[in-house]
Design a protein. Structure first.
Length: 132
């Protein structure tokens, strides 16, 4: 298959659908996603299309805050490593070019920021619970 860059919503849909197909098949990530999303996969995917469309195509379709739904999930660094690995794999299989590279950079930054925030919240909660 000839790879091309991410250019439009159809490409975003292909990226998101292919990525989440891998996530849903992953032994570590699938249970966490299924617990959180349940039967709402179509709505979640639609939100992800808009999120990545906004980030990569500069089309302002996503509104919201992506972090809060993740704040108290039972996840850590190893989960983010798997998430990134699957995302990178999906990108490499399907796309190449400047926007594909931007997607990789954005995913890396998202994982770093989310992990830092989750770690901070856990530490702050632990300190509050210990009475310090």
């Amino acid at each position: 298959m000839q790879k091309k860059d991410i250019q439009d919503l159809a490409d975003i849909r292909l990226l998101v659908d292919s990525f989440y197909e891998k996530v849903r098949a992953d032994a570590v990530l699938a249970p966490i996603f299924d617990e959180k999303i349940g039967d709402n996969w179509p709505a979640h995917l639609e939100k992800m299309y808009k999120f990545w469309q906004t980030l990569l195509l500069k089309e302002r379709t996503y509104q919201g805050s992506p972090f809060p739904p993740h704040a108290f999930l039972p996840i850590g660094e190893s989960h983010f490593q798997i998430w990134l690995s699957l995302f990178y794999q999906t990108l490499e299989e399907l796309f190449e070019g400047e926007t594909a590279l931007e997607a990789r950079i954005r995913a890396t930054k998202i994982a770093e920021v989310f992990l830092a925030k989750i770690t901070y919240l856990r530490e702050a909660t632990s300190l509050n619970l210990s009475g310090l």
